[in-house]
Ligand binder design. Structure first.
Ligand SMILES: [Zn+2]
Length: 281
């Protein structure tokens, strides 16, 4: 699809009573046929509803370079840099793994890059012949997070068992986040047991996501985060529209309902967890 123009943005939700962090967003990505959003306008809209800070995640070299540049310009942002699991086989095929890793490591030394991610495994979009390159890349990023003392953000698509196995084999960094958590109750319990953080995205609001809501329901507040993964995964009732950090309150309120907790308590926990992971900014 192209030339579709921009879809009408959903209206701003009611502001949150206590500010929270969008733990994972992509300010440099646009959906098909749309323009990349204006970063200042995105931040202003989010600030207005109680989401004054966000973590910008770079997924490949151009995106990681953008991340370092944009966090220098906007105090509301921290950064994450990595080579996405779908990028790993491509880099290996063209013999660019070493040079790409060197640059990621250099960009990761920026004091406001506080995340190594997103890395991990994606068995949905990568064929079997790319799995070895992905796993090798995941192991390298785990080691980088440990060496730099930064938080690891893990992408896991249809790869739950191998993600957990490799984290255990390598020894997970002190701060490990499963971004856009997509596991079931058993996996949530295992992650909590290991001290990982579970970051919930708009998917938890989807009508058919009962299993995911059950997983959320057994996760203690100390292990919870919220994110958009914008411009994707727009929460209900705006599924299909373009996502943006200002829609975080919809996901937070849905999470509070699942957890049978009040919104201010959940916001307090979410904010404290983000600061524990990334430090103040
Ligand atoms: Zn993402």
């Amino acid at each position: 699809m192209s030339g579709a123009g921009r879809s009408t943005p959903p209206p701003a939700p009611e502001p949150l009573p206590i500010p929270v962090v969008d733990n994972h967003t992509h300010l440099d990505l646009a959906r098909d046929g749309e323009d990349v959003p204006d970063v200042r306008a995105v931040i202003e809209a989010a600030v207005a509803v109680g989401v004054p800070r966000m973590v910008q995640i770079g997924c490949d070299l151009p995106s990681a370079r953008f991340t370092v540049e944009v966090i220098d310009r906007h105090g509301a942002l921290l950064g994450g840099v990595a080579l996405h699991p779908n990028e790993a086989p491509r880099l290996q095929a063209c013999g660019e793994v070493d040079s790409a890793r060197n640059e990621i490591e250099r960009l990761a030394s920026h004091p406001r890059v506080r995340v190594i991610g997103e890395t991990g495994l994606d068995y949905y979009r990568t064929a079997a012949d790319g799995v070895a390159a992905q796993q090798d890349s995941f192991r390298w990023h785990i080691d980088l997070a440990k060496r730099t003392g930064k938080t690891l953000q893990v992408h896991d698509r249809d790869a739950h068992d191998d993600v957990l196995r490799i984290l255990a084999e390598e020894g997970a960094p002190a701060h490990t986040v499963l971004h856009c958590f997509s596991g079931d109750v058993a996996m949530a319990r295992e992650c909590v047991e290991r001290g990982y953080f579970l970051s919930f995205a708009g998917t938890v609001t989807f009508k058919n996501a009962t299993g995911l809501r059950n997983a959320l329901a057994v996760t203690p507040a100390e292990n919870l985060l919220v994110e958009t993964d914008a411009p994707f995964l727009t929460p209900a009732p705006h599924r299909g529209a373009t996502n943006s950090p200002y829609l975080v309150p919809l996901t937070v309120r849905a999470m509070a309902a699942v957890l049978s907790t009040d919104v201010p308590s959940l916001c307090t926990a979410l904010a404290a967890n983000s600061e524990r992971l990334y430090g103040p900014w």
